[in-house]
Ligand binder design. Structure first.
Ligand code: ATP
Ligand code: MG
Length: 370
């Protein structure tokens, strides 16, 4: 029980914590926190954002006793840092030394671009705040208190969905980007499909993704999956959509031609709807075509957010057999590329094509001598 070491009147809960935020080439800013043990990772990022408004920070580091830097990217890692720090404070107390502030080193990233793939202007929604952060002491200049944690959380929560209201049930499947869960939304009693994607990106990019996803609220087509909202928790985004009880088309072995014809019509209608909104799907394939027992066919996982597409692409492994050649070779992507993928999705036998792709990759590797 670490906190007992502070004695009955100085438990960890009432210890004032001083965090020294080290700014590269510009010294440091001391931040006094009254409720150190309750501090959340997001609160620290928020304050770093106020100290370094020109940079976007998703993580910070602290030094252990050997001077090695340890990265903090989540509440768990925050807890580990605080318990390490409080143990050093105890040692300093025992030895009658002056208590050193907790030094942290923000890790900055580059700010994002202004426009998305559709040429639409990106609105980051970070308006001025009326509130100041209660956790921040006078050590910070008051005019730098731009956003409260509550406001930041609001920016990072698109729609009415939040983690506390969701009960995760079964895993529906894993893809390249993340995992999809069947879940229950307590307030509405709705069954959802929640796609959870791990994204190690800046706070600024998180906000941009949220803003770009807003267009999904405007999608109103019976051929497009319903969107309920999205939110970030630490470095994970959860995207909540309509649950389709028939799953995706990739699990159906042989689909009779007349059924396939009807499915193809629905998919084309879904795609033309997206194209009319200047959205390219970018990932047309059977696992992104969902069906339900009401006989509906709906498209999901379309590339509405450039930042989301880019961030997932960074961790993407393998060759997508449905991808158009111009996409594979990195040329311009257009409606015709979606049409290619559509054709491949309905072509048989697909295994043959996969063999060609795999064989081609193997030959290329052999030629490269790897
Ligand atoms: P990729 O990551 O390349 O898109 P994928 O489509 O196979 O590959 P996910 O998008 O993560 O992977 O989806 C995993 C599985 O979850 C899908 O194959 C599908 O069966 C299921 N799934 C996805 N969304 C829903 C939904 N709204 N309702 C029911 N099942 C879904
Ligand atoms: Mg998918």
């Amino acid at each position: 029980m670490l906190w007992l070491a502070f004695g009955p009147f100085h438990t960890m809960e009432n210890q004032v914590l001083v965090i020294r935020i080290k700014i590269p080439n510009r010294g440091a800013v001391d931040w006094t926190v009254n409720s150190g043990p309750q501090l959340l990772f997001r609160d620290v990022l928020d304050v770093i954002g106020q100290v370094l408004p020109e940079a976007t920070t998703t993580a910070f580091e602290y030094e252990d006793e050997d001077g090695d830097r340890i990265t903090v990217r989540s509440d768990e890692e925050m807890k580990a840092m605080l318990s390490y720090y409080y143990s050093t404070v105890m040692e300093q107390q025992v030895n009658g030394q002056l208590i050193e502030p907790l030094q942290i080193f923000p890790r900055a990233c580059k700010p994002p671009g202004e426009r998305n793939i559709h040429g639409l202007k990106v609105n980051t929604r970070a308006g001025p705040s009326q509130h100041s952060s209660p956790a921040v002491s006078d050590a910070l200049p008051s005019n730098s208190l731009k956003k409260s944690s509550a406001e930041l959380k609001k920016i990072l929560a698109n729609g009415q969905m939040n983690e506390q209201d969701i009960r995760y049930r079964d895993t529906l499947g894993h893809g390249n980007g993340g995992t999809v869960y069947k879940a229950y939304h307590v307030p509405s009693g709705k069954t959802l499909a929640v796609k959870v994607i791990l994204l190690d990106i800046t706070l600024e990019l998180q906000k941009q993704i949220m803003s770009e996803l807003e267009i999904l609220y405007k999608c109103d087509s019976s051929y497009i999956i319903g969107f309920y909202g999205a939110f970030f928790v630490e470095n994970r985004i959860s995207i909540c959509t309509e649950f389709m009880d028939g799953g995706s088309l990739d699990v159906y072995r042989k689909i009779p031609e007349h059924v396939l014809g009807r499915i193809a019509v629905a998919v084309v209608k879904g795609l033309t709807y997206l194209w009319s909104l200047k959205i390219l799907h970018r990932d047309v394939k059977p696992s992104n075509m969902l069906v339900n027992t009401r006989g509906q066919v709906k498209l999901c996982d379309f590339g509405v957010s450039t930042q989301l597409v880019n961030s997932i692409a960074k961790t993407y492994v393998g060759t997508n057999a449905y991808m158009a050649p111009e996409r594979i070779s990195g040329e311009q992507y257009g409606i015709h590329s979606d049409v290619w993928s559509l054709g491949i999705s309905f072509m048989e036998p697909l295994q043959l094509l996969q063999c060609i792709v795999d064989e081609h990759a193997k030959t290329a590797k052999r030629k490269a001598g790897t």
